[in-house]
Design a binder for this molecule. Structure first.
Ligand SMILES: *Cc1c(COP(=O)(O)O)cnc(C)c1O
Length: 377
């Protein structure tokens, strides 16, 4: 059993992907070839925003967003402490200071009720993370941001294709940032990412920074970087994209089946009102004392799992100088000790899911240390 089955996906879409890649090999425009522009138009339309600017990764996209907003030393940027490291490392990378807020225990995303207390005179932007595949409470976050004159960059690396109250992820705040890392809901065959915005000025800055700070050759207006998406990766994404909507539906059906199979035995993922979820991860909560053993025993029975994420940012050495300590973000800390992600991809069969659920339930029942009632509900 695969945790994420990219091989089956390739076999199913081989014709389209091969054709698209072959076309690039034949025209030979490996950098900023026509597929890049075609992909940007396709994705901008899908998200429902004016501009899509593809970039070399979902980390680079966040960094380029911060640079385009002129965020640097003496500025503060608010994000969560429970996410993939990119969400916060980019803040340090541009010289600004990350400020963390805790998450909501049901959705694992930023608790917007705590956001306002983290805002200071130095705050310039908020990076809410649409973790595991569902969007944050963007309406509330946008409203707070507007009141304080702050930019909102949705880190939608895990939520591309999700929506909230009819608005697509990446298209419901000033800037949306996503990743095409192979394991993400829409993945390429290497690194890739994209930025989305309706703002013409920001779009121009993103394009400039992506290509060494200039849109025209040999004329540099911004401090730029080499942040382009390879034409070959754009071709892979175009080859896959025609199946993306189907895949999102399949993911949702698979999650629904897991929910039914696991119901009553373990805390299954909650979906917030108005949200559709793309399940970049299908994440349950376990007993923290027995999680490591559970992982090992599942592995022994041929079931791969993942722990996203075992340590909060404020527990990481790279953020030590910020002065946070254990206990500052209790829900993030609790999540990091309890979460366990199960195999999830659009090609998971009902039989495989039944097997996962049976084994998981069987092991949990046999856990001698499991005396508390917190995972039963
Ligand atoms: C994967 C991920 C990123 C970074 O994307 P890359 O393309 O791997 O650089 C950023 N934020 C979150 C939440 C992610 O899951």
């Amino acid at each position: 059993m695969q945790f994420i089955d990219l091989k089956t996906q390739y076999e199913r879409y081989k014709k389209e992907i091969d054709q698209r890649m072959q076309a690039v090999l034949e025209h030979g425009r490996y950098i900023m070839g026509p597929e890049v522009g075609e992909l940007e138009e396709t994705l901008a339309e899908f998200v429902g925003v004016k501009h899509c600017i593809t970039v070399s990764s979902g980390t680079h996209s966040l960094e380029i967003a911060l640079r385009a907003l002129n965020i640097g030393p003496d500025d503060e940027v608010i994000t969560v402490s429970f996410s993939w490291i990119s969400s916060a490392e980019v803040i340090l990378l541009v010289g600004a200071r990350p400020v963390f807020v805790d998450i909501d225990p049901e959705t694992f995303t930023m608790d917007e009720k705590l956001l306002e207390t983290a805002i200071t005179k130095k705050t310039k932007a908020i990076i809410p993370v649409s973790l595991f595949g569902q969007m944050c409470n963007m309406e509330a976050i946008n409203a707070i941001a507007e009141r304080h004159g702050l930019a909102v960059i949705e880190d939608a690396a895990q939520s591309f294709g999700a929506s909230r109250n009819g608005k697509k992820s990446c298209g419901s705040s000033l800037i949306g940032s996503t990743s095409f890392f192979p394991a993400k809901p829409l993945g390429c065959y290497g690194d890739g990412g994209a930025l989305f915005t309706d703002d013409d000025g920001l779009a121009e800055s993103f394009r400039a920074i992506r290509t060494h700070g200039g849109v025209r050759r040999h004329y540099h207006t911004h401090v730029g970087t080499n942040g382009r998406l390879d034409t070959l990766q754009a071709a892979v994404l175009l080859g896959k994209f025609s199946y993306f909507k189907e895949e999102i539906l399949a993911r949702s059906d698979i999650a629904e089946r897991y929910n039914q199979l696991l119901n009553g035995n373990i805390t299954t993922p909650a979906v917030a009102n108005g949200n559709t979820h793309v399940y970049a991860q299908y994440t349950v909560r376990t007993e923290p004392e027995s999680r490591a053993e559970l992982v090992q025993r599942l592995r022994g029975r041929g079931i791969p799992t993942g722990i996203y994420y075992p340590k909060c940012f404020h527990e990481q050495p790279v953020f030590e100088h910020l002065g946070y300590s254990y206990g500052d973000f209790p829900e993030s800390e609790k999540a990091s000790r309890e979460v366990l992600s199960l195999p999830m991809h659009p090609f998971l069969t009902p039989e495989e899911q039944q097997f996962v659920a049976d084994q998981l339930t069987d092991i949990i029942k046999k856990q001698p240390v499991q005396t508390g009632g917190t995972i039963h509900r």
